[in-house]
Design a protein around this ligand. Structure first.
Ligand SMILES: Nc1ncnc2c1ncn2[C@@H]1O[C@H](COP(=O)(O)OP(=O)(O)OP(=O)(O)O)[C@@H](O)[C@H]1O
Length: 300
């Protein structure tokens, strides 16, 4: 491997922010040229620069937000399918790392160096990529409402805390969907509490990790229900059973979301944007990703 082909993007303020020096040292020792972010948007530019320089490997030391920025930068440099990505989890929730068997920062560094490489699907919402999920409605509102202070104190639980509060006030999304499902087209129209589209995560049955190599997105549409609290609880605990009334579940290659002229707020791996109309699709086996030893390519 030639010098400079391994780059790392390190967010020094992710999570509790006590990792920068030690993780930088560990990654440097494995041959990664480490760049630190100095503010929002830097990880995107560093990802783009790594892509434009043709970096063979990019490690991200950060949380899901930082991973999302780097992946967007790599996509803009048209380098997503030529790079090997790895994640050193130093954020708060670290959803992606959790689903690919990378438990902590030391293991993350080890995996960044020698972990098995799998080629995973990448979701796209319009032109923007996502690895974990693209969600609209209640959970997106809730995660938006979780201030970083709250996130800092409660970690992932902040989602649940705010989720329950927001549910009481949430009006629902008035949307129409055209879904290219695994078994044919599906249409849906109505008022939804939320639309959950997972690449690395699934939201029905036991929830948790989804198959990231099957060329399919896991789509759950939760109908607006009068008792919003109940839904918040169900979503929060990831207990949406397959047959829950009011929940439509489809494995899909693509879907088109229409907000009937009203902007719908989407969260792509935590990055928020509003769209009146959005096409979401999956590009099968697009990104090489280093995974931990407990990664299960076909979780059931
Ligand atoms: N040097 C910096 N100073 C302040 N903010 C930064 C800096 N570098 C990056 N950021 C911003 O920090 C935010 C949080 O990053 P990240 O998602 O990695 O951590 P987290 O929120 O703790 O973890 P998670 O997303 O896994 O819950 C990102 O929105 C990013 O834009």
């Amino acid at each position: 491997m030639h010098v400079g082909s391994r780059r790392a993007v390190l967010n020094p303020v992710s999570g509790d922010g006590d990792h920068a020096a030690s993780v930088e040292r560990l990654l440097s020792a494995r041959g990664f040229a480490v760049s630190r972010t100095e503010g929002p948007g830097d990880a995107l530019e560093l990802g783009r620069a790594a892509g434009e320089a043709g970096a063979a490997e990019v490690a991200v030391a950060g949380g899901d937000g930082t991973v999302n920025e780097v992946v967007r930068g790599l996509a803009r440099a048209d380098h997503l399918d030529e790079v090997t990505l790895s994640v050193v989890p130093v954020g708060t929730a670290n959803l992606l790392a959790g689903t690919i068997g990378v438990g902590d920062r030391r293991q993350g560094v080890e995996v960044a160096d020698t972990g098995e490489v799998r080629t995973i699907d990448v979701g796209f919402a319009g032109a923007e990529p996502f690895l974990v999920s693209c969600i609209a409605g209640l959970p997106a509102e809730a995660s938006l409402a979780a201030s970083s202070d709250l996130k800092g104190r409660f970690g992932t639980l902040a989602f649940l805390v705010t989720g329950a509060q927001e549910a009481i006030e949430f009006d629902g999304l008035d949307i129409s969907l055209e879904v290219v499902g695994e078994d044919g087209p599906v249409t849906w129209s109505g008022s939804a509490t939320c639309l959950l589209v997972g690449n690395a995560r699934k939201f029905v049955a036991r929830g948790g990790q989804a198959d990231m190599e099957d060329g399919l997105l896991d789509v759950a549409i939760v109908e607006q229900m009068p008792t919003g609290n109940l839904v918040a609880e169900a979503v929060g605990h990831r207990l949406l059973a397959t047959d829950t009334e009011g929940v439509t579940h489809v494995r899909a290659r693509a879907l088109s979301v229409d907000g009937h002229g009203e902007p719908v707020r989407f969260s792509r791996d935590g990055e928020v944007a509003e769209h009146e109309q959005l096409d979401i699709r999956v590009r099968e086996r697009t990104l090489d990703l280093r995974v931990g030893p407990s990664y299960d390519p076909d979780p059931r």
